[in-house]
Design a protein around this ligand. Structure first.
Ligand code: IPE
Ligand code: IPE
Ligand code: MG
Length: 245
C-alpha cells in the first residue's frame, strides 16, 4: 500500500516534538459513542505515534495526556482516564524496554493513585538506560504549577545561602523544571482545532513552532505527522534575528 508522502524533498525531523492530544470527546460524540471510547482510541493513537516517531528518528516525544485542570472533570471520566493510563503502563513497559525507549512521566504525581505511581516508577526504572527515543508523558501536569515549584526551590536555595541573586538566571530556572534533562520542544502540535496551550510547557514553548491541526487526536496517524513535519520545514525559525531572505 502506498503511504502518503507530503513532499519529496528531504525533511528535517524536529528533535523534540510535543503534542497536546485533544479531541477524544468530540471524536466519540461524532460517532455517538461514549467519551471513554474516544479516550480508548486516543490511547491507541499514543502507541501509534510513539512507533512512528521512533521510526522517523525523533529524539524526544512529549505527550500531554492529563492536565492539572482535568482533575475538575466528572469523577467517572477521571476514573476512566486513570484506568487507561494504568492499562497503558502495564501493557507498554515491556515493549518500551525492548524498543530502547526511555519513558518519563512529568507532572504532580502525588495526586495519582498509588498503584499508578508504582507503575510509573517501575517503567522509569526499567527504561532508564534506553537511548533510542525519549518518551515523556505529561500527567497531572500544569505549567504554572511547574513554574511555581521551580520558584519555590530557587527561593529555598537562596534562603539557605546556596544560590546568590546573580546566580538566578534562565539556566538555574530551567534546571528546576520537570523537563530539566530534555531539550525544549522544536514543534508543538495541538489536535482538534483548538488554538491555545491550555497550561502546557509555557516556559519551554518560548521558541517552539506552534501547529494547530483540525484532526481529532484518535485520528492522528502517520500521514498527519508527516504533514506536520512538512509544515515545520516550511517555517523559518529566527530566534529574534533578521529574516534569512
Ligand atoms: C483530550 O480529549 C483528552 C484529555 C484532555 C484528557 P478531550 O477529552 O479533551 O476531548 P474534547 O476536547 O472534549 O473533544
Ligand atoms: C488540554 O486539553 C489538556 C490535554 C490535552 C491533556 P483540554 O481539553 O483539557 O483543554 P481545554 O479545556 O480545551 O483548554
Ligand atoms: Mg479537550
Amino acid at each position: 500500500m502506498l503511504e502518503a508522502q507530503p513532499i519529496a524533498e528531504p525533511q528535517i525531523v524536529p528533535r523534540h516534538i510535543a503534542i497536546i492530544m485533544d479531541g477524544n470527546g468530540r471524536w466519540a460524540r461524532k460517532r455517538r459513542l461514549p467519551r471513554v471510547e474516544g479516550h480508548r482510541r486516543g490511547a491507541d493513537a499514543v502507541r501509534r505515534t510513539g512507533e512512528i516517531c521512533k521510526e522517523l528518528g525523533v529524539s524526544c516525544l512529549t505527550l500531554f495526556a492529563f492536565s492539572s485542570e482535568n482533575w475538575n472533570r466528572p469523577a467517572a471520566e477521571v476514573d476512566d482516564l486513570m484506568g487507561l493510563l494504568r492499562h497503558y503502563l502495564r501493557r507498554e513497559i515491556g515493549e518500551l524496554e525492548r524498543n530502547g525507549i526511555r519513558l518519563s512521566v512529568i507532572g504532580d504525581r502525588t495526586r495519582l493513585p498509588q498503584d499508578i505511581i508504582d507503575l510509573i516508577d517501575e517503567a522509569e526504572f526499567r527504561t532508564q538506560s534506553n537511548s533510542v527515543m525519549r518518551l515523556t508523558i505529561a500527567v497531572s501536569y500544569g505549567a504554572q504549577d511547574e513554574i511555581v515549584r521551580a520558584t519555590r526551590e530557587i527561593a529555598a536555595a537562596h534562603a539557605r545561602g546556596e544560590l546568590s541573586l546573580d546566580e538566578i538566571d534562565e539556566q538555574a530556572f530551567a534546571s528546576r523544571l520537570y523537563t530539566a534533562d530534555i531539550p525544549d520542544p522544536d514543534l508543538i502540535i495541538r489536535t482538534s482545532g483548538e488554538q491555545r496551550l491550555s497550561n502546557f510547557m509555557l516556559w519551554q514553548a518560548a521558541y517552539a513552532e506552534l501547529l494547530f491541526v483540525d484532526t481529532y487526536w484518535p485520528d492522528f496517524d502517520k500521514s498527519a505527522l508527516l504533514t506536520a513535519i512538512a509544515e515545520y520545514n516550511a517555517r523559518e525559525r529566527r530566534y529574534g534575528a533578521r529574516p534569512a531572505r
